[in-house]
Design a protein around this ligand. Structure first.
Ligand code: SAM
Length: 269
């Protein structure tokens, strides 16, 4: 995007994590400060771009898997800017009656989302913050559209690493696990940084100057976010290793064995 045509209310000088992610994905909804920060992060860890793309692809495969398994309700928290293969599109292909509620705390994401999704039946977007789970779980707009007594998937894809340790991410994710009905699923991915440990301080520093600092966590802590839910095969793995469905994804899964993004899908019995 051209900085000169942006609305005046937008803060263009602070790199924004949703727009940086859009840049990694090859999108156009980003400004100079976002691109500069993203390029700095890429200098420390060039594979962020491919990791972001495969994180997005993981989300698509997970949603398709769940829709084919009969899940018809999706609560996607940390939606990001609309791009290709949005949750409602993937779910809708497998199950046209699927209902999706998107949640994000970034007004820019909300504005883009509303513009693109306006008028789309079965899809709704809500502004709320993951750090306040009750704000999401008790929200009238969420409760009106999703029935928490029927199979439902909660997506926390590439968002929990934006919770600081002081936010107590374990308690926050546990609150969402507790809200799942039997037969409900948690889909979660998280930056791990095990692939390039030497890049973590540099990337962390870049994000300290963005809209939301990032926290890479170790595999054990990421696995613990699934609590006592039953992990769907193949468990918590590098994003590309989660049920790869194309030769290219399989190639990446073999090439990058150490995870930059860990991900999994788990079911509440
Ligand atoms: C990297 S994007 C992920 C987009 C999508 N889930 C994916 O994986 O392709 C992270 C999103 O989380 C949102 N986000 C970050 N912290 C949040 C919070 N505390 N509450 C709600 N949304 C948040 C950001 O605005 C951004 O849109």
């Amino acid at each position: 995007m051209d900085d000169r045509t942006a609305p005046e209310t937008l803060d263009l000088s602070t790199p924004n994590v949703a727009r940086m992610y859009d840049y990694y994905l090859g999108g156009k909804d980003n400004f100079a400060a976002d691109r500069d920060a993203a390029e700095k992060a890429l200098e420390f860890a060039p594979q962020i771009r491919i990791a972001a793309q495969h994180n997005r692809a993981f989300m698509g495969r997970a949603v398709r898997y769940l829709a084919e398994a009969g899940v018809r309700q999706f609560l996607d928290i940390g939606t990001g800017l609309p791009t290709q293969s949005n949750v409602h599109e993937v779910a809708g292909e497998a199950a046209p009656d699927a209902r999706v509620v998107y949640v994000d705390n970034d007004p820019v994401v909300l504005a883009h989302g509303r513009a693109i999704l306006g008028g789309t039946e079965n899809v709704h977007i809500v502004q709320a913050d993951l750090r306040r789970p009750e704000e999401i779980l008790e929200c009238h707009e969420v409760r009106e559209r999703l029935d928490f007594d029927r199979p439902l998937a909660i997506l926390l894809v590439a968002i929990v690493h934006f919770l600081q340790d002081a936010d107590d991410p374990e308690s926050i994710v546990a609150r969402f696990r507790a809200a799942l009905p039997a037969g409900g699923h948690l889909v979660l991915s998280h930056v791990c940084g095990e692939a390039l440990p030497e890049s973590v301080p540099g990337v962390t520093e870049v994000y300290k100057h963005s809209s939301t600092p990032i926290v890479a966590r170790d595999p054990e802590r990421i696995k613990d976010f699934f609590g006592d839910l039953e992990l769907v095969e193949p468990g918590v793995v590098n994003v590309a290793q989660w049920r790869p469905d194309t030769p290219e994804t399989k190639r990446i899964a073999d090439k990058y064995r150490r995870p930059y993004f860990l991900a999994g899908v788990a079911r509440k019995n």
